[in-house]
Design a binder for this molecule. Structure first.
Ligand SMILES: Cc1cc2nc3c(=O)[nH]c(=O)nc-3n(C[C@H](O)[C@H](O)[C@H](O)COP(=O)(O)OP(=O)(O)OC[C@H]3O[C@@H](n4cnc5c(N)ncnc54)[C@H](O)[C@@H]3O)c2cc1C
Length: 597
């Protein structure tokens, strides 16, 4: 077997690779740079890499959080990271319909506050979305964002390590910095999910290939069994570029704007107890993510005039910043009990043998990303069209809320609800599927609580406020999952629906449509794809904040490049689309400064 010594050696090697690989915290920040990028998240890391390819550009990347740590790379620990300093720890405001069974009626919205941003907390699922997502962006007045144009940017990041998929060179590449793998270890239940899909008329597909409808194991942003954050893929390789500085533990509190020229000329920073100004010769680029980017714009006077006045901020440019908030969410409690021991449970993962195996060889159950193993994309309006446009995703998990003590806290589920419904099955082997809406019609909003940059903004998720469309999609998903549970493939495990009703919904007949609609509004789970709060659109679009080249309307020297510019949420987990946005933005920025791409 593997020796403890071998594991210790492996651990030390991993730790020093990470420590020596991440760019250092720059000691001397210059008074001026060509470009200042705010936020070292998914987008900020990609941009920093691509812009510093041009030797005459110098770049300062500013990150509020600290360095990435070794335990953050262990895939099975992903959810635990939410309890560290690396999480901004946001919560939604109480709302009329969703999240009512979560603690104080608030859903937890974790976001990465660390070098690598949310790509350090995320579950590493790599999905691009559908051709129609991007064709629609283009049709709505954003030339250059159609699928044929963005495909090359999806490919540019990618280093596809799954051999069968790498052969499809029209859709995949092996030349980019971001490794894509299948995990080295998975439960047998994930195969049951795919087989159940086949039994009920589905197909197995590469959802990042030509067509998207069907069932698949998940492709992950992993290398050799551990996480690849955006920082590992894009910042580590540029550690020694002399035209690149990274400042960690540094908050941008304001974007500075010359009011006469209407030009962004720098940022106000807070680091180590000091406040100071750094100027940008060419551009300030905001990549602080879908919650912090709108917050920082509003703090700087760019936003809805009335709202800014109410918060004692001098309005400079009236734009609908913070509106159009979109997300993917699901019923989080649809649990099936099994009569075998094949699910992923915390106590069986956290065994010393597994830990030793992980650090010796990067294999075993610690390489399983939070138990999410397989998925299906479904077009509920055109079921038999393999080239359809999915509005529903089924996200299979080889466990459930009872599989790991941390889940209850991560999802912020109310104690009484948990005790009534889940405590009785705490020790059982289970699986679940998130019935996840992909193209919601409900729209939320980010607002400021006040004008203090250290105060959290307010998140109005507004789930289920669209008059009934969104709940029907999730309901369809619930019915489909119950159908899958009854197939031979899942009956091999004796799968049965956990049927203890949620007390709040117990006045409806269990398993009736009304019961499930009540359940989804009670145990509402975000899938963490917050986006769209700084919408890209043509000048004729009253909701647009940035133009199709991602420049903020009415001002020069300021772009936004991150998940907040998406006009509509794609039918995808949003990390890969955010990398694509940053790859494309880098080319646009180079072009605009006379560099041929
Ligand atoms: C728990 C979780 C699980 C997820 N799972 C998946 C998944 O499996 N697959 C997937 O595709 N997507 C997933 N996502 C979503 C994905 O991670 C995000 O869509 C993506 O990382 C967004 O990138 P971004 O660049 O827009 O923002 P971020 O990556 O969040 O980067 C923003 C950065 O800006 C920094 N920042 C913010 N404000 C300031 C300031 N004032 N000054 C300085 N720095 C600042 C932040 O600290 C952060 O590092 C998940 C997200 C979470 C939170």
């Amino acid at each position: 077997g593997d020796s403890v010594l071998e594991a210790v050696a492996g651990f030390l090697k991993d730790a020093s690779e990470l420590h020596n690989g991440e760019p250092e915290d720059t000691e001397h920040i210059y008074p001026e740079y060509d470009f200042i990028i705010i936020g070292a998240g998914t987008a900020g890391c990609v941009l920093s890499n691509r812009l510093t390819e041009v030797e005459k550009f110098n770049v300062l990347l500013i990150e509020a959080g600290d360095a990435e740590q070794i335990f953050m790379d262990i895939p099975v620990l992903a959810t635990m990271l939410q309890f560290t300093e690396a999480n901004w720890n946001y919560q939604t405001e109480p709302q009329e319909a969703g999240c009512t069974g979560m603690r104080a009626g608030r859903c937890a919205w974790p976001r990465g506050k660390v070098v690598g941003g949310s790509s350090v907390l995320h579950s590493m699922m790599h999905t691009r979305g559908n051709r129609k997502d991007y064709d629609l962006w283009a049709d709505n007045g954003n030339p250059g964002w159609d699928y044929d144009n963005v495909l090359k940017y999806f490919k540019k990041s990618e280093n596809m390590q799954i051999p069968e998929l790498a052969k499809d060179t029209k859709y995949h590449s092996t030349k980019g910095p971001m490794n894509i793998q299948e995990p080295k270890w998975r439960t047998s239940l994930s195969r049951a999910f795919l087989e159940a899909g086949l039994e009920t008329g589905g197909k197995i597909i590469d959802y990042n290939g030509e067509k998207q409808i069907g069932y698949s194991y998940i492709q992950f942003t992993m290398n050799n069994g551990s996480r690849v954050s955006s920082s590992r893929a894009f910042l580590h390789p540029i550690k020694n570029r002399i035209n690149f500085h990274l400042s960690k533990n540094t908050m941008v509190t304001k974007i500075l704007i010359d009011q006469r020229k209407k030009r962004a000329y720098g940022v106000l920073l807070y680091k180590g107890g000091e406040t100071f100004i750094v100027k940008a010769k060419r551009e300030v680029i905001l990549s602080a993510g879908a919650i912090n980017s709108p917050q920082l714009l509003m703090l700087s006077g760019i936003g809805p005039t009335e709202h800014l006045r109410n918060k004692n901020i001098k309005p400079l440019i009236n734009l609908p910043v913070g509106y159009n908030l979109q997300d993917h969410w699901a019923l989080g409690g649809l649990t099936f009990l099994i009569n075998t021991t094949d699910s992923l449970r915390f106590e069986s993962i956290a065994k010393s043998d597994n830990v030793i195996q992980y650090f010796s060889h990067h294999t075993g159950p610690l390489t399983a990303p939070t138990g999410t193993e397989a998925l299906a994309f479904i077009d509920t309006k055109d079921l038999h069209n393999s080239d359809g446009y999915p509005d529903l995703e089924l996200l299979f998990v080889a466990g459930s809320i009872v599989s790991q003590p941390a889940y209850k806290y991560a999802f912020a589920i109310d104690d009484d609800l948990y005790d009534a419904v889940y405590k009785p099955i705490t020790d059982m082997h289970t699986w679940m599927v998130f019935p996840m809406i992909l193209r919601p019609k409900s729209r939320g909003r980010i607002t400021l609580k006040n004008n203090d940059p250290f105060e959290k903004p307010l998140i109005h998720a507004n789930y289920f406020t669209d008059g009934g469309h969104d709940e029907k999609i999730i309901l369809y998903g619930i019915r489909k999952i119950i159908e899958l549970s009854k197939t031979k493939s899942f009956q091999k495990y004796g799968s049965t629906l956990h049927d203890t009703p949620i007390p709040k919904c117990a006045h409806y007949k269990f398993d009736s449509d009304l019961y499930w609609i009540c359940a989804m509004k009670t145990i509402t789970n975000t899938i963490y794809h917050h986006c769209c709060t700084v919408k890209m659109g043509p000048s004729s679009d009253p909701e647009a904040v940035v133009d199709p080249r991602l420049k903020v309307y009415g001002i020069t020297g300021l772009r936004v490049v991150d998940a907040s510019i998406m006009p509509n949420i794609p039918a995808a987990h949003t990390n890969a689309p955010t990398m694509m946005i940053a790859e494309k933005a880098a080319d646009m920025i180079k072009e605009d400064w006379g560099i041929s791409v």
